[in-house]
Write a protein that binds this ligand. Structure first.
Ligand SMILES: Nc1ncnc2c1ncn2[C@@H]1O[C@H](COP(=O)(O)OP(=O)(O)OP(=O)(O)O)[C@@H](O)[C@H]1O
Ligand SMILES: [Mg+2]
Length: 390
């Protein structure tokens, strides 16, 4: 491993082996590769995206499709599924596994996660061994779709940079739901319970706002610095916040205190509207496309895709900066479908410079012409995978 690192200008992290057992339409699929580019080619419905989804299970949450654990079990299998991978980096090789049995699904258990054979509490622990960033065709409508999906996307982006963020979001949402329930069910608007919940909310809200600000500043900085001189557009993340009179230009404890007060003042209104009207759970995100002087939602479909690519590349660079130079794994589903050849070439050049291992899918092998010497190629047919020469 150490020898390999010496030959790399950037530190590498790559999946060298991936096994899917009873995962979606894969009965058993095993992929071995030491390459930076892995291209999976096959007809619609053959099982390409399912492979990327399996890799995405090594991140906190429900993977790239946000699926229920039971839906991931092969419908012709025994119930239950597992995914195993070997990840090599300059620090050595790590074996990661995740999955769930039929009985565990029926009992409503969480999925199991193992690192080098030892059980860990949650998929969050995988973050020490692997970073995964994905771009799928479902994300094409991100800027024009519902804001909660967009917020989830941006919060995932923040979480890759600020590891406590996803936990904070989860706890914050849980307490918001509790507060809404208390407000709805009680006529006592000055209860100690509400004071207590709002104090907890204010503390987490301040951390959320700070993490978002740190991540957004870092990504924006990179998007202006690096991305402006390539074929993908220079853009800036804009946060549209609904924080009322809360100012972020103060200390954390002042922010906490202010937000606590705002929540208290808003109890009556929040009770009437059955929701908490102000807070980081209301924030929306967009991108400002500098060249067009326009927000992403008003840009063309192709421009929106290119903006997303800029964002993903910047995110990967920021991840690298924050992780001792180690590059994240990129999962690019059908990325070539809407890009012209010049942009495809430019994208692959940038990924090559970044040093990330990239898993690509496509329906036609010709779309990967420009990386034919750099990539391993696999054909997939009805969940059956074979390596091919190209
Ligand atoms: N739990 C499951 N068990 C068995 N098959 C499933 C399960 N979930 C989904 N599938 C099937 O897996 C097949 C492959 O899906 P996948 O999304 O990977 O296709 P794809 O190769 O990416 O296709 P496309 O080119 O259309 O994106 C689909 O036919 C889908 O119906
Ligand atoms: Mg697909």
């Amino acid at each position: 491993m150490i020898e390999k690192e010496k030959n790399h200008t950037v530190k590498f992290s790559e999946i060298n082996k991936l096994n899917l057992t009873d995962f979606r339409n894969h009965n058993f699929t095993s992929i071995s590769s030491n390459n930076k580019f892995i291209s999976i080619v096959g007809a619609n419905g053959s099982g390409k995206t399912n492979i990327l989804e399996a890799i995405s299970m090594f991140t906190p949450g429900k993977g790239m499709r946000g699926a229920q654990l039971a839906d991931l079990s092969n419908i012709s299998g025994k119930g239950g599924w597992s995914v195993f991978m070997e990840v090599s980096s300059c620090y050595g090789t790590t074996k990661l596994g995740t999955g769930i049995s039929n009985i565990e699904i029926k009992n409503g258990n969480s999925r199991q996660c193992r690192i080098d054979g030892k059980s860990t509490n949650s998929p969050k622990s995988f973050a020490n061994s692997i970073g995964v960033i994905w771009l799928t065709p479902q994300m094409d409508g991100l800027f024009v779709g519902g804001r909660s999906e967009r917020r989830k996307f941006f919060d995932k982006l923040v979480a890759l940079i600020e590891p406590n963020h996803s936990n904070n979001i989860k706890n914050y949402e849980r307490i918001i739901a509790q507060r809404n329930k208390v407000l709805y069910n009680s006529d006592n608007l000055s209860s100690k319970l509400l004071d207590n919940l709002e104090r907890q909310l204010a503390k987490i809200a301040a951390s959320i706002l700070i993490s978002r600000q740190i991540a957004v500043n870092q990504i924006n900085h990179i998007m202006i610095r690096d991305v402006s001189n390539n074929l993908f557009p220079s853009a800036e993340i804009i946060m549209r916040e609904e924080l009322g009179s809360l100012s972020k230009d103060c200390t954390i404890s002042e922010m906490e205190e202010d937000f606590s007060k705002i929540l208290c003042v808003n109890r009556k209104k929040d009770k009437m509207t059955y929701r908490t009207n102000i807070g980081p759970h209301r924030t929306d995100f967009t991108l400002w496309y500098k060249k067009n002087d326009m927000y992403a939602e008003n840009c063309s479909t192709g421009e929106q895709k290119n903006l997303l690519i800029s964002l993903i590349l910047a995110q990967a660079r920021v991840y690298q900066m924050n992780n001792q130079g180690i590059s994240p794994i990129l999962l690019l589903d059908e990325i070539t479908a809407h890009l012209d050849m010049e942009r495809i070439n430019n994208l692959f050049d940038q990924i090559f410079t970044l040093g990330s291992q990239v898993w690509l899918t496509g329906t036609k092998i010709e779309l990967f012409d420009c990386i034919h010497s750099k990539s391993d190629f696999f054909n997939i047919n009805n969940g059956k995978l074979t390596q091919i020469e190209y």
